[in-house]
Design a protein around this ligand. Structure first.
Ligand code: BGC
Length: 738
């Protein structure tokens, strides 16, 4: 029997015992730790699992035996994590449990739509459920900590990582981020089915110049605080326990040693009491940034700025002790980092039972539970966005002759998307072909042909596909990107459909049949040609394990599309960055009817507007908005304004609509965006039914960073907009009185 600070282990496993309250327990443990042992807690090693950069370059098992590691990245599976934990506990002096981290981004085994897809649901409850399920599966496999949610506001789809986030808007982003934190962490971290969430990447990673990954960011403090930081802050308020720094610099200072961000804002103003980890080798990279003279110096800068754990870089492990001896980092700082790490281990209940999460029996019984797969299907159905539907070509009819074509029609690998943790890439996820076959039962009227590949120029299969398509009533083209085209290091300057897919669509078009384009992809694409030439477009993102069923059920009308875009789709890449909540400029362009066409803030070759705007998404039914009412045309700072609007389902299907509320502050001590999302409500409306939707606005919602950088609302005139899309012009005005 080994007795370890409060818990005891016997040969059968672990006996849990009641341990002291956190502060007392951690203080007592730290009083027994040497400086080296404190530093080792700040070290994260990678196991031999998936990696996104160089490995730690050392035998991690030997290090664990020596008690020199605080956390392991990418070890997973109840058996493997249990074994590594056992080695740690049996050999290391203090037997402090290891923390196992893994990127559980949109599911662990049961894969949900990519995060941009989930954000398209505008349904925080659904997103919370997805995170809850992901945590349940991951925790059963020994994972304690996920590196999610990614909350980077992203206005440039050239950046591959837009797929991992919730799009361009802070208000929607906040709802999604909170849902994720709640889902992963639950109400009690010590339960065996909850895991630590990690808000990343702090901060402004999504603002990388030119959409190029890891690139420089230069922002005013106002824009940083107003656009990029609120979603991070919201997760702190929701109780997130860990944060990850971003790879980029901000205005000359890499985030990984950004005292202002980490000490002043996060741990100071926001009172964050959790732990900060770097991104993968983020400390080492400060040498290449030209911010640190060498790795040792980089480690000092990071520790002094408030970075508690070094992800895989080995810098704290190799140099921090020396830096301490030279007086370049203080014991207080090392203690603070160590304490924060031990605190989260305590919160997880690891000191009571270090094997709590590594349970092979539970793992087996948990992974791919039918109810999880069903939830994955339901969430996928909410994430699809109908971008075009001319002549109500959709929904398809069961008895139509349909030719399904395209490189992704039978795909069961890309469909689960990039960064799909341990999701199975063959033999498990439902392809579109399988989804259609499942739905139709008798699929004798349909054909399936790839026609072309995703990005090669191989033309071998085109003719066969055209021959089948010739005989069809409708063609459904399932096209898009491969999963590795987005995600980390997936930046692109050309975001058209890759390869010769568009050319193939041109050939299909010549057949004169209606064409439905179903897109599987991880970022907004440039679809101007497709929008002109296709009859219908369904944006399906990468919809996850049950994606094929979700798409089939939607195409045939068993699901009425109800997703809305969380990111604008540009007409071409020259418009980037593009986002709905832009400023007006001194020479706003009013569109084609503008009497002055020349000296206006506009492009001369293409309209300013996106092809599909933020908040846009069609349904098989139609909605009519009327009777926008404000409870008053004036409110005081301590009063609430009630906004109501009637929404009628005027079409032939029951449906769901995301009713959106935007505000414009007409004059400010600094200029304000032309519109800002301040509320939304996703509602069911039966055909013929009218519902009254109500929102409330108070001065709290109208705050911004004023000229003095104070976060306050200013008296003056405002406009309120409601509708099913950010380009709505249904509006009313009110005044906020002094
Ligand atoms: C990514 C992070 C991720 C980490 C660990 C990095 O390359 O930027 O988002 O959590 O790797 O896998």
């Amino acid at each position: 029997m080994v007795s370890v600070f409060g818990y005891s282990q016997n040969n059968e496993g672990i006996k849990t015992v009641k341990i002291k309250p956190k502060a007392e327990f951690v203080a007592e443990l730290m009083s027994k730790m040497t400086v080296d042992e404190k530093i080792y807690q700040t070290v994260q090693f990678t196991s031999d699992g998936t990696v996104t950069g160089p490995k730690s370059g050392d035998n991690f098992i030997t290090r664990i035996q020596q008690g020199k590691v605080g956390s392991i990245l990418n070890a997973t599976g109840a058996k493997e994590t249990r074994e590594i934990q056992r080695i740690n506990l049996e050999n290391s002096r203090l037997k402090i449990p290891l923390l196992f981290g893994h990127d559980v981004i949109h599911g662990y085994k049961t894969i949900f739509p990519i995060n941009l897809g989930m954000a398209s649901s505008w349904d925080p409850k659904a997103v919370e459920l997805a995170a809850r399920i992901a945590a349940t599966e991951a925790s059963s496999a020994g994972v304690h900590w996920t590196f999610a949610p990614m909350v980077d506001i992203a206005r440039d789809p050239r950046w591959g990582r837009v797929s991992e986030g919730s799009g361009e808007d802070g208000f929607l982003g906040i709802q999604m981020a909170i849902a994720n934190v709640k889902g992963f962490q639950g109400d009690d971290l010590s339960k065996n089915n909850t895991i630590l969430a990690c808000t990343k990447h702090f901060a402004a990673y999504g603002a990388a110049e030119g959409g190029r990954d890891y690139n420089t960011v230069d922002l005013s403090e106002r824009v940083l605080r107003e656009t990029y930081l609120p979603v991070f802050k919201a997760t702190v308020d929701a109780g997130v326990k860990t944060f990850m720094t971003s790879f980029n610099e901000i205005s000359g200072v890499p985030s990984t040693a950004n005292k202002f961000l980490l000490r002043d804002v996060l741990k100071g103003e926001w009172n964050f009491d959790g732990m900060v980890v770097t991104d993968y080798t983020g400390i080492n990279e400060m040498v290449a940034h030209g911010f640190a003279s060498d790795e040792k110096n980089a480690g000092e800068l990071a520790m002094n700025a408030g970075v508690d754990m070094d992800m895989v870089g080995g810098v704290y492990m190799n140099y921090l002790k020396k830096s301490y001896e030279e007086g370049k980092v203080s014991l207080t700082q090392i203690d603070d980092a160590c304490k924060r790490i031990l605190d989260v281990k305590y919160d997880l209940g690891l000191f009571e039972d270090p094997f709590r999460y590594s349970d092979e029996k539970r793992e087996k019984a948990t992974i791919y539970k039918p109810e999880f797969l069903n939830a994955s299907l339901e969430i996928a159905k909410k994430s699809l966005v109908l971008l075009k539907n001319s002549n109500q070509i959709l929904p398809l009819k069961n008895n139509q002759k349909i030719s399904f074509v395209g490189p992704l029609v039978s795909d069961e690998s890309n469909i689960i998307g990039s960064w799909a943790a341990l999701g199975d890439r063959s033999g498990f996820a439902t392809s579109v072909k399988e989804g259609v076959t499942n739905y139709l039962k008798n699929a004798s009227n349909v054909t399936f042909d790839n026609g072309v590949e995703i990005k090669s120029t191989k033309r071998d299969w085109i003719q066969k596909a055209l021959d089948n398509a010739k005989n069809a009533d409708v063609i459904v083209a399932v096209m898009g990107e491969s999963e590795n085209m987005t995600g980390e290091a997936g930046s692109k300057t050309n975001i058209d459909l890759p390869g010769i897919q568009k050319e193939f669509l041109g050939e299909l078009k010549k057949l004169g049949k209606p064409i439905v384009l179903v897109l599987l992809n991880g970022r907004p694409l440039t679809l101007s040609w497709e929008n002109e030439n296709m009859d219908a477009i369904l944006e399906a993102w990468w919809p996850g394990t049950k994606g094929g069923d979700a798409i089939a059920q939607t195409l045939f009308g068993a699901n009425n599309p109800n997703g809305k875009l969380p990111m604008s789709f540009p007409r071409n890449v020259g418009q980037l960055p593009i986002y709905y909540n832009h400023k007006n400029t001194g020479r706003p362009y009013l569109g084609k009817s503008d009497s002055e066409q020349k000296y206006k803030s506009r492009y001369t070759d293409v309209d300013n507007s996106p092809l599909f705007s933020f908040g846009f998404g069609l349904s098989y039914t139609t909605f009519e908005y009327s009777d926008l009412k404000l409870s008053s045309d004036k409110i005081k700072f301590n009063e609430k304004l009630k906004v109501s609007v009637e929404v009628k389902n005027t079409g032939n299907f029951d449906g769901q609509e995301v009713v959106q509320l935007y505000v414009r502050d007409l004059v400010g001590s600094v200029t304000r965006p032309v519109k800002e999302l301040k509320g939304f409500d996703k509602i069911d409306i039966k055909k013929g039914e009218t519902k009254t939707i109500a929102f409330e606005i108070s001065s709290e919602d109208l705050k911004f960073y004023n000229l003095e950088m104070k976060h306050e609302a200013e008296a003056g005139k405002f406009e309120v907009f409601v509708g099913g899309n950010s380009d709505t012009d249904i509006k009313a005005g009110f005044e906020l009185l002094k």
